[in-house]
Design a protein around this ligand. Structure first.
Ligand code: HPA
Length: 304
């Protein structure tokens, strides 16, 4: 195994012209090695430096239509990149402008429930930071838990609970990205929260606020699981986002997150849940959601 590692690292050294210290980090850190390979793939094909990275959740992928597209990169064309298997999730990066803000947008993300390691789930987030993005804008479809929520509501994420999914930072720390024990006391940027509230108000959009809890899925929750989530302080539940936010904070990115409440969580609504319903609800509010995201990005860009 060690011999194999050495051969692998020798190739890296030859291909990338790197020095001795880095050689050992490569051997210790397959996740970082993979990330660098993906970055090389991107660099060879794309000449664009984003300021804001945007991840679009289920059913929200059409937001990309509102971006002045400069270039695209299919996930398939990035060596070693995790590719999604969920229907309704396109798989590509879009590079372009929201007004005059350079953004990279993920049209489709991968989820832990698809079978990827957490380090693969957050690889795209890490890659977008390497591309130059200092801000991560997370969106998702989520089940509403907070009393008074309705399908079609939007929720600004103020904090999160990621304790039910493995940490994306598990394993050898990638020192190049961040520290071993990163602080998570303010994951979601307070200034960006203010900006999102202002953007919502200016558009006459009701913006709820709360805590997002990530579960692995892919099954929707049982009513008693939702009762548990509520007891723990969750206002919305979903199968993404928290892990990406952790990876982003590890790297010192500033993070904002907005959930689209596509349904009331199990046991709150008497109806059984299905993916089609989630998708349909997301489609219905997509026009408002796009406006909110665009206005918030513009506000954020002014602070950068
Ligand atoms: N639970 C988990 N994930 C979800 C839900 C839900 O009710 N709705 C959309 N994503």
């Amino acid at each position: 195994e060690i011999a194999q590692c050495l051969v692998g690292s020798e190739m890296c050294i030859r291909d990338r012209n790197i020095g001795q210290g880095e050689e050992w980090r490569m051997i210790m850190n397959p996740a970082y090695e993979k990330l660098l390979k993906c970055y090389d793939s991107y660099k060879a094909k794309i000449d664009f430096t984003p300021k804001v990275a945007l991840i679009l959740g289920s059913g929200l992928g059409d937001y990309a239509d509102d971006i002045r597209v400069v270039d695209t990169l299919d996930y398939h064309d990035i060596e070693g990149f995790p590719v999604s298997t969920v229907p309704g999730h396109k798989g590509r990066f879009i590079f372009g402008y929201v007004d005059d803000v350079p953004v990279v947008c993920m049209q489709g993300r991968v989820h832990y429930y698809e079978g990827y390691e957490m380090s693969d789930v957050v690889l795209p987030t890490r890659l977008m930071k390497m591309m130059g993005a200092e801000v991560l804008f997370l969106t998702n479809a989520a089940g509403g838990i907070q009393l008074g929520m309705h399908a079609g509501d939007f929720m600004l994420i103020k904090d999160q609970i990621a304790s039910f999914v493995p940490s994306p930072l598990r394993g050898a720390n990638i020192e190049e990205l961040g520290v071993r024990f990163p602080d998570m006391s303010q994951i979601y940027d307070l200034e960006f929260q203010k900006i999102a509230r202002k953007a919502a108000a200016s558009l006459d959009i009701d913006l709820m606020e709360g805590v997002y809890l990530q579960l692995t899925g892919p099954q929707y929750e049982s009513p008693q699981e939702i009762a548990m989530c509520r007891t723990l302080g969750a206002d919305a539940v979903g199968m993404s986002t928290a892990c990406e936010a952790i990876a982003a904070r590890h790297m010192g990115m500033r993070v904002i997150g907005i959930s689209c409440i596509t349904n009331l969580a199990a046991g709150i609504s008497p109806q059984p849940l299905c993916h089609a319903e989630v998708q349909e609800a997301a489609d219905m509010v997509a026009p408002q959601f796009k406006k909110l995201v665009a206005a918030t990005i513009q506000g954020i860009a002014k602070t950068l």
